[in-house]
Design a protein around this ligand. Structure first.
Ligand SMILES: Nc1ncnc2c1ncn2[C@@H]1O[C@H](COP(=O)(O)OP(=O)(O)OP(=O)(O)O)[C@@H](O)[C@H]1O
Length: 235
C-alpha cells in the first residue's frame, strides 16, 4: 500500500500538503481546478520535487529519501513521452535497459507487453508515424515493462478523442486489476474516468481536500467540489 501523510512541499511561495492511501490494484482519480496542485502531487511522489516534511511509504518502506529511479513509480505524461529518433521497440526497451541491450528474457517481456497493448505490429516504426492513441499505447507499454507497483498518470489521454480515451481507460483498468498496479490518475474528465476509478480525490488550493467513492460525483460532499463540477448547489 502507498501511504502519504502530510507530505509537504513549497512552490512559488505556496505550501502544498497531501495525505492519501492507495492499495495495489486500485485506481484513484485526482480532480481539481487548473493550478490546484494535481501535477505537483505526482511530481512530489515521483521524487522530481523535494518534500520538506511528512511521510511517504510504499508497502511499509520509507521511500521519501530515495532518488526518482529507485522509487516504486512509473509516470506517464500528457505528451512527449517518446523519443522521436528511436523506434517503438527501442522506446519500450528503454524501460528495461538504458543501453537498449536486452537479454532474451527481456526481449520476450517487451514482446508480451507490445502484444498486450496491441502494438506488436508497430515495433519497427518511429513515433512520428503513429496516431496519438498508438503513441500513448507505446508509452504505456514502456511503463508496463518497468514492472513498478505504482503508476502515476498525468492527464495521459486528454489529447485523444472521447472513444479512444475511454478505450485507454479500460486498458488501464485491466492492467491495474490483472497486475495489481496502484494507479493515481490526474484527469479533467470526471464523468469518463469515473467509470474505471475506485475512488476520487478533490485537490483544492494545494491540498487533497477529501477522497471518496466515485458515487460521490452525484452528491458532492463540499460546495467547492460541487462548484468544480459545475453544479450550482449541493444535493
Ligand atoms: N515547474 C514548476 N516550477 C515552479 N512552479 C510550478 C511548476 N509547475 C507548476 N508550478 C506551480 O505550482 C502550482 C500548482 O501547479 P500544478 O501544475 O500542480 O497544478 P495542476 O492542478 O496540475 O494544474 P493543471 O490542471 O493546469 O495541470 C501552480 O501555481 C503552478 O504555477
Amino acid at each position: 500500500m502507498l501511504l502519504v501523510e502530510k507530505l509537504q512541499t513549497r512552490r512559488q511561495g505556496r505550501t502544498f500538503e497531501f495525505s492519501l492511501q492507495l492499495q495495489p490494484g486500485e485506481i484513484g482519480l485526482l480532480l481539481g481546478r487548473s493550478g490546484s496542485g494535481k501535477s505537483t502531487l505526482l511530481e512530489l511522489l515521483a521524487g522530481f520535487l523535494p518534500a520538506s516534511s511528512g511521510v511517504l511509504s510504499a508497502d511499509g518502506q520509507n521511500i521519501a529519501h530515495l532518488p526518482p529511479a529507485q522509487r516504486p513509480f512509473t509516470m506517464l505524461f500528457q505528451q512527449n513521452n517518446l523519443f522521436e529518433h528511436l523506434t517503438v521497440y527501442q522506446n519500450i526497451a528503454l524501460g528495461l535497459r538504458p543501453d537498449l541491450k536486452l537479454s532474451l528474457q527481456e526481449q520476450q517481456t517487451l514482446q508480451l507487453a507490445a502484444e498486450r497493448l496491441q502494438i506488436a505490429d508497430l515495433l519497427t516504426r518511429r513515433p512520428g508515424s503513429l496516431s496519438g492513441g498508438q503513441q500513448q499505447r507505446v508509452a504505456l507499454a514502456r511503463c508496463l515493462v518497468r514492472r513498478k507497483p505504482y503508476l502515476l498518470l498525468d492527464e495521459p489521454f486528454s489529447a485523444l478523442d472521447p472513444a479512444l480515451r475511454q478505450e485507454m481507460m479500460q486498458e488501464v483498468r485491466q492492467l491495474a486489476t490483472e497486475q495489481h498496479i496502484g494507479v493515481l490518475l490526474v484527469s479533467h474528465q470526471p464523468q469518463e474516468a469515473k467509470d474505471q476509478a475506485d475512488w476520487l480525490g478533490f485537490i483544492d488550493d494545494g491540498q487533497l481536500k477529501f477522497t471518496a467513492p466515485v458515487s460521490t460525483l452525484q452528491q458532492p460532499p463540499t460546495a467547492e467540489f460541487a462548484a468544480y463540477l459545475g453544479m450550482s448547489s449541493l444535493g
